[in-house]
Design a protein around this ligand. Sequence first.
Ligand code: HEM
Length: 484
Amino acid sequence: MIDVITCALAVIFFIFLGYRPPWYNKKLQEFQTKEIQNIPGPLALPILGTRWLFSIGRYKMNKIHEYYIEMREKYGGIFKEEALFNIPVISVFDKNDIEKVLRNTSGKYPIRPPTEAIAKFRSEHPERYASTGLTNEQGEKWHFLRTSLTTVLTSPKTIQDFLPQMKDIADDWCHLIKQKRDEDGFINNLEELAGRLGLEATCALVLGQRMGFLIEDQNHEVAEKLAKSVQQNFVACRDTYYGLPLWKLFPTTCYKKLCESENDMYEFASELINTADESIKNSVVFQSVLNANIDEREKKSAIVDFLAAGIHTLKNSLLFLLYQVAMNPECQQKIIKDSTKSYLKACSMETFRLSPTVNFLARITDADMEVAGYHLNAGSVILCHTALACKNDSNFKEAEKFKPERWLNEEKSQTSASAAFLVTPFGYGKRICPGKRFIEQVLPVILDKMVENFVISVEKPMEIEFEFLVSPKGNVSMNFTDRV
Ligand code: HEM
């Protein structure tokens, strides 16, 4: 009896001291939700977090899309990075987790982490900016800007009425390709022409005016400068975000580049607005911004932001689309044979699935939630890696293959079910891109005209780099032979 009591007392004593047998911990963990600090991830330094990986570590900023593939292989469906002051940034890769995060962050005012360096620059220039802009604002302020500035831009009627003009723009681009290709049919810097198309189409929509960027021998200095400053802006956003955050202490080279590009974008876009003639009054988008009941400064900066938002994203998406159909010549035949034009749209959707220019969606949670067995507090930053999930065979059959057919006929419903939270090139929910409808119309129209005019082919694989957007690396070369 005394032995039993002694044993019981010993057990109580050790439990009191905190000892637990290994099987106890294992069993408990299966039932208990783990905390954010238990999420695996690369070594985080005090204060600096994991940002050292891209400055003194072995990872390159222009290959960040490859870094995320490596992290998924190493850590599985969820991993943790740490920003300045060790603020956790959680990445999720699994379909169910992505769906859960996007659904749970779809309240009245969804929060997308702002681009901090831009927010800093804009708040230091109150003479130009009344706020940090639609893309960076949150809460009621964001909602007010969103409803005041984008209702007309996102309306189906606006986009439908723009269709005839878009067809003219696509014709002009084909004409420019004919003039610019070499005697063997090659264009070796297609990105430059795609940038001009992006700007011409966006200006036509936003300013209601053809600017002439697709006319071969016209001076395109402003267009080129604006395109360059937009690209510089994206790269500087990447470098301030992923590099050591020293720019918060003093103006580093990348922060200076960001300021320079913000200034240039504002100046060059203003020049375009100023040179636009009376016909600008015909632009429903421009008029809707001008008539909005908001601070005058917001109007100008919104137009500048719309122009900047359209150039680089449209350029990249168009280059990816042309590349996919060039690599798959049988698709060009199918486009020609399909009088319903559904195949064109399917090619565009399939390109967005395989090569979206925005490879993950970022959200901040506004309530506690559980993801992949971990408890995340309200205010957690989460990156939903939609692009990588799209290439997973468990989400799409033969996921790495370009198969527009998956968006048509009997395969369509199965694809759409998986696609709802994964094929989200324009984002999700209330913060979805207001340019979505416009771009979804533009791309099939251009592809249609291109395939009607040319047999499109490529000889070398397209290289990709990360510029905050996933972008084709310079000197994109494609062949355009007349279709007879
Ligand atoms: C291929 C072209 C484009 C792509 C792939 C694209 C993609 C995106 C994505 C992924 C977002 C974030 C959405 C989210 O967090 O849920 C976004 C936001 C935004 N986009 Fe686009 N975009 C494109 C073109 C455009 C155009 C043409 C405009 C303007 C005319 C535009 C204006 C904006 C604005 C203002 C936001 C911020 C919206 C907000 O926070 O409420 N984009 N875009």
